[in-house]
Write a protein that binds this ligand. Structure first.
Ligand code: SAJ
Length: 422
């Protein structure tokens, strides 16, 4: 096994290509984006990821990594293209299908074909294998077909690609073993071999586990809002039990994984996937819940100035995909009752369709600041500055991250702790 062809040079495919090249494989990376190909062949990239520019540059300079618009013959093929969703939340596997169709003419008997893209359960069996069958292969005998889901966290991709345990699910046991061999040269974490459909379900359940648990925390926060209890204290105390791990409530669940993957299970077993579907609904209800609380907090003011802080789906990143904060901002801007200001030190103007304010502009004469992302900048907000600059010093912290206190003229409400609200 020497040469690997990787289809899709995005957040997963590119670091994978670079890490495999560093480990000694001859890697050709394939993408439909001409600019990505041209840049990569010069050792440059457009993706932001810790340490990646250096690893890519070295791999290209050593001759182990190059890029091409077309796939070519190799010993192993790895598909790492996005799986977008349709408007009804079902998975759109068109990119996976077209990537596989593109490699088929270059695949020979005995090659390994791995799909890393997140896919609904049974996609390898019911969608990918039939493409090879159609092309005259026996997918169980002629090739080694497997699903090996990626499970890295942006910011830590280069570390997690190597250190995380990997699940390798084969269409046959032999396929799983052959695919596992591809990773063994690179991965120091455990390699866990199984069937393709089990690997598909495992990946989806990792993110579903988090989504369902966050929904439970969000439901708890609503219940505590009604009962006059501090949900954060409840979580802190309950989590002292050795086998309990309640998650944190927030303004909703964003990103392109947790807010998306559970639907791939719902799509395949809608009657059975009850908790999973309900959890999605609960998490999706949070932006409206936040806006309802803002209305409560400002009901006595004619046209309150509300400063919304943080747009990204989680803290200290610049990614606004599927962000509940964006939904909240849009709902607030639509509502003529409010004078809305939006501030996020991690987001650039061209990423959003509404104007952004500096911290000073956003805070000046505001009646309420709403924290929607746990950026470090917001964890360090200065109590005195807020009290002196705001028209009415009230903060609604939906991420429970600021550490601001209900003292010295400041009022602090939190999702999960609305005891101060009449
Ligand atoms: N969130 C809460 N409460 C919590 C934890 C998270 O409201 O207690 C929210 C966050 O604010 C955010 C969302 O959930 O809006 C998702 O954030 P995250 O950090 O949990 O996950 P992602 O989407 O950045 O990355 C996940 C990871 N999966 C798991 O941790 C199981 C990552 O390892 C996967 O590689 C990635 O999904 C993926 O590609 O599937």
């Amino acid at each position: 096994m020497q040469k690997i062809c990787i289809i899709g040079l995005g957040y997963i495919g590119l670091p994978t290509a670079a890490v495999f090249a560093r480990a000694g494989y001859d890697v050709v990376g394939v993408d439909v984006n001409k600019k990505v190909i041209e840049l990569l062949n010069k050792g440059e990239i457009i993706i932001e990821e810790n340490g990646l520019p250096e690893v890519v540059k070295e791999a290209v300079e050593s001759g182990k990594l190059r890029a091409s618009l077309e796939p070519e013959a190799a010993d192993a093929f790895i598909v790492a293209v996005p799986t977008p969703v349709h408007a009804d939340h079902t998975a759109n596997v068109d990119y996976v299908v077209s990537a596989v169709e593109k490699i088929v003419p270059h695949v020979k008997k005995g090659d390994v074909v791995i799909v890393e893209s997140t896919i609904p359960p049974r996609t390898i069996d019911d969608v990918v294998a039939p493409i090879f069958k159609e092309a005259g292969f026996d997918p169980e005998k002629d090739i080694h077909l497997a699903h090996c889901p990626e499970r890295v966290l942006p910011g830590r991709i280069l570390i997690e690609l190597v250190e995380n345990a990997r699940i390798v699910g084969g269409l046959t046991p032999e396929a799983a073993e052959k695919a596992a061999d591809v990773y063994r040269r690179v991965v120091t974490g455990d390699i866990l071999v199984t069937e393709a459909v089990t690997a598909e379900m495992s990946k989806l359940m990792e993110n579903t586990f988090r989504d369902v648990n966050i929904a439970l925390a969000n439901e708890l926060s609503k219940i505590c809002g009604v009962l006059g209890v501090d949900a954060h204290k409840v979580i802190e105390l309950a989590n002292r039990h050795p086998r309990v791990n309640l998650h944190q409530p927030g303004p909703g669940v964003g990103g392109h994984c947790l807010a998306v993957d559970p639907y791939f299970i719902v799509e395949k077993a809608p009657a059975e996937a009850q908790i999973i579907k309900m959890s999605r609904d609960i998490n999706n209800s949070m932006p409206d819940y936040v806006v309802d609380q803002i209305v409560r907090m400002t009901g006595d003011i004619e046209r309150p100035t509300v400063a919304l802080f943080g747009l990204t789906y989680k803290g200290n990143i610049d990614d606004v995909r599927e962000s509940p904060a964006i939904e909240i901002v849009e709902k607030m801007i639509e509502n003529p009752r409010f004078n809305v200001r939006v501030h996020d030190p991690h987001v650039r103007d061209e990423q959003v369709s509404f104007p952004l304010s500096s911290f000073e502009e956003a805070v000046a004469d505001a009646h309420l600041i709403v924290i929607l992302a746990d950026h470090n900048e917001f964890k360090q907000l200065d109590q005195h500055t807020l009290v002196s600059k705001m028209a009415r010093p009230v903060v609604f912290d939906t991420k429970n991250c600021t550490g601001l206190q209900n003292t010295n003229g400041l009022t602090v409400h939190k999702i999960g702790d609305l005891r101060g609200l009449s």
